[in-house]
Write a new protein. Structure first.
Length: 301
């Protein structure tokens, strides 16, 4: 007896989706980067996720400034800068200005695989002696028990004061101690060029040089013209670098002062006319020009 045949459709494999993406997995043993699903699936801009994935794949010490990222991506400075700000707000990226034991101030960038998590390894040692890696800042809230140190924890190490900066190294002066006239000159640069908006730290950095030029006898208008003339059409970085170079490398000549005292013009005193008593200026008393003109006419008549 022949077996029964069914004309019903066969049931599809439950493991294969009928719609959406189908992954073709390949086991990678080299040249790969592991990122969390929270970062890869972060809602928002695709540029932000792409920049995060690219930074995660870079080795330690690779520059990740805006100009360096613009050389790799086709997006411009505005989108790259916005992506870095979004990563910083989400806790994946942190930028800090730190002072090394030699007195140099530089910006160090830290990228975290998980916001608020501890770094797995310490940064590579640097010949200039970089400071200790900072504790990460992230949106994840720490519990009250985590904020209390255990009783057996060792006391915090005392941070020694940084060594004095060598000759020629730029020393930052607090803005409160800067010359108010120099601060006013720097704050007024934005009126000439709206791009020259300086932060508090940048103003404190440039104020000593501007104060030195003011003490040398230069007028604020001379300094403003020198700092704002023939600037580039586009700034790849903050304009403070160009302003610092102009203040340091191309000083203005001190205006020459005249050795002779300024001579005031001689003012002829006022006189009252002896004929009509009107006021007129003359070196000697007498008659005005009208009365002198009438005298010859009377004599001729």
């Amino acid at each position: 007896m022949a077996d029964s045949q069914s004309n019903a459709l066969l049931r599809s494999d439950a493991g294969t989706p009928t719609s959406g993406v189908i992954h073709i997995r390949t086991r990678l043993t080299s040249d790969f980067t592991v990122i969390s699903n929270a970062l890869a699936q972060m809602r928002g801009s695709a540029v932000t996720v792409g920049v995060a994935a690219y930074i995660s794949s870079l080795p330690d010490g690779t520059p990740v400034t805006i100009p360096a990222l613009c050389k790799h991506f086709s997006e411009g400075e505005i989108l790259i800068s916005r992506a870095l700000r979004e990563l910083e707000a989400a806790g994946y990226l942190e930028r800090r200005r730190e002072r090394t034991p030699t007195g140099h101030v530089r910006t160090r960038t830290y990228f975290y695989d998980v916001p608020g998590g501890d770094p797995d390894t310490e940064p590579d040692p640097d010949p200039d002696g970089p400071p200790e890696a900072p504790k990460p800042r992230g949106p994840r809230k720490q519990g009250a028990a985590a904020a209390v140190a255990p009783a057996s924890a060792p006391p915090e190490e005392t941070v020694a004061a940084p060594a004095p900066a060598p000759a020629g190294t730029e020393v930052l002066v607090p803005l409160a101690d800067a010359d108010p006239r120099a601060v006013a000159v720097l704050a007024g640069l934005r009126r000439v060029d709206p791009r020259l908006i300086l932060s508090v730290q940048e103003t404190a950095r440039l104020a000593p040089a501007v104060a030195g030029w003011l003490a040398a006898g230069l007028l604020p208008t001379h300094i403003t013209d020198h700092l704002t003339t023939r600037l580039p059409d586009h700034f790849l970085t903050r304009p403070v670098g160009i302003l610092a170079y102009r203040l340091k490398e191309t000083p203005l000549p001190v205006p020459a002062r005249s050795a002779e005292p300024f001579a005031r013009p001689v003012v002829v005193p006022m006189r009252n006319c002896d004929g009509c008593d009107r006021g007129f200026r003359s070196a000697e008393p007498g008659r005005c020009w009208d009365c002198r003109a009438e005298d010859p006419l009377r004599a001729a008549g």
